[in-house]
Ligand binder design. Structure first.
Ligand SMILES: *Cc1c(COP(=O)(O)O)cnc(C)c1O
Length: 428
């Protein structure tokens, strides 16, 4: 006799064997999921406290227009972010188009010609290469006379402290530390590790600005990098802190002077944070931030579930099935294009939007191979929603993240497994 849940999985196209395999894995993850729930509980209280302390009121949820002078929703929201992330100030705006834009204005606002930017953790996120000018690009910081240096991680993924010491010089003004591995194979750093790195850098040059690219890391731990010495933390609202509800946006939180400098770049010198109407987004920004701790927890459970499923089936997974998590990204190495494609088609088939289309690899601008992307999201490109992508090149790795609820993340992973079974790539 099957239960109503089993029958519903059947209706949605999941074989009993796939479900049984998933159930067995899930049963082994109870303790880890409890830890995630504890983190979410703490972070939920942290966000609620920030909202109460800053007296979020009904008036904060109304739209504004025009210049946005005295936009109480916008200003209160920024105070809420600052309280939650324990910073002096924050800039949280729909005018920030994406994470890259937030990072770009945080950097551009805080360096001047002749300054140098240092990445002590190897190559930064792809899109920052053109912002900094590592790859020549119109309007890059390099065109404004800002130079760049990077220190690679040691082969074991740890910081090259001696290399970093040697790279810091009288022109070093801003240090860019990417928390998440993004689409690289290096490990994601814990908040504690980032704290150690910042302490080391500040011991050599106390006035250098330490900026953390916090994308995909928010609410994964109880602390954020701003609590261990980061002068600025930066991220996207269509990832963790938007809670799936923010339709656009980015944030920069940190020391008031540095946040103001970024705001002078976002709008213009003299105006800074004073202008920029929030239009109608204050409500989803507040509500999304309120939900973000539990949404992030669901995505984390999905990532761990996927790691355990695919590791058990013999695929290489990063992080592995037992590793502690510092971001929500899960990589699975399939070793064949067919594996990557079947996985992504499963994620797409599990979506609430556009589930009936089958994604195909295509030549995306900016990539050196075809890329396949699965995203049936309410918000275009939102990667806190269930999503996956993979370049069609060796070692044929797919990157998976998100899920607004654990129930949906679980279903998406089961559907990916279903598609891999149907394609004959996996046999249960
Ligand atoms: C997503 C992301 C960014 C910014 O990307 P956008 O697509 O511009 O929002 C930057 N760094 C990391 C590590 C990211 O994951």
């Amino acid at each position: 006799m099957s239960t109503s849940i089993e029958r519903m999985y059947g209706t949605l196209g999941i074989d009993p064997k796939v479900l049984a395999f998933g159930r067995e894995i899930e049963a082994s993850l109870k303790e880890r999921f409890e830890k995630i729930d504890n983190t979410a509980e703490y972070n939920q209280l942290k966000v609620l406290h920030a909202m109460q302390k800053n007296k979020v009121s009904e008036a904060c949820l109304y739209p504004s227009s025009g210049y946005g002078y005295n936009d109480v929703g916008r200003d209160t929201l920024e105070a809420v972010y600052a309280t939650a992330f324990r910073t002096e100030s924050a800039l949280v705006r729909p005018l920030i188009a994406c994470g890259t834009h937030a990072l770009a204005i945080a950097m551009a606002g805080n360096v001047r010609p002749g300054d140098e930017i240092l990445s002590p953790v190897g190559k930064p996120y792809d899109t920052l290469e053109e912002v900094i000018g590592i790859r020549p690009s119109k309007g890059s910081l390099a065109e404004y006379g800002v130079t760049y240096r990077q220190v690679e991680l040691l082969p074991d993924g740890s910081f090259d402290y001696e290399g970093i010491r040697a790279a810091i010089n009288e022109r070093t003004r801003l240090v860019e530390i990417q928390r998440s591995k993004g689409y690289l194979t290096r490990p994601t750093f814990s908040v504690a590790q980032i704290g150690e790195l910042i302490a080391f850098i500040k011991s050599i040059k106390p006035d250098v600005i330490c900026m953390v690219d916090n994308c995909y890391g928010e609410f994964v731990e109880e602390q954020e990098p701003s609590e261990v010495g980061a002068d600025l933390i930066v991220g996207s609202l269509i990832k963790n802190p938007g809670g799936g509800l923010a339709p656009i946006g980015g944030y920069i939180a940190g020391k008031e002077e540095y946040v103001d400098n970024a705001a002078y770049r976002l709008t213009c010198p003299g105006l800074g944070k004073e202008v920029g109407a929030s239009l109608g987004v204050s409500l989803p920004f507040f509500q999304g931030f309120f939900l973000a701790p539990t949404v992030t927890a669901g995505a984390l459970k999905g990532a761990i579930f996927a790691a355990n499923i695919y590791e058990k089936l013999g695929f290489a997974v990063t992080p592995d099935s037992t590793q502690e998590r510092h971001d929500i990204i899960q990589a699975v190495q399939f070793g064949t294009p067919e594996g990557v494609i079947a996985f992504c088609q499963g994620i797409q088939a599990a979506a609430p939007v556009d589930s009936y289309v089958a994604p195909e690899p295509w030549a995306m601008p900016g990539y050196d191979s075809d890329v396949i992307m699965a995203a049936g999201a309410f918000v275009q490109g939102s990667s806190i929603e269930l999503s996956a992508d993979g370049p069609i090149k060796p070692p044929y790795t797919v990157y998976f993240q998100g899920g607004l609820t654990w129930e949906h993340a679980r279903f998406g992973i089961l559907m990916s497994l279903q598609k891999l079974c149907e394609a004959g790539i996996v046999k249960l």
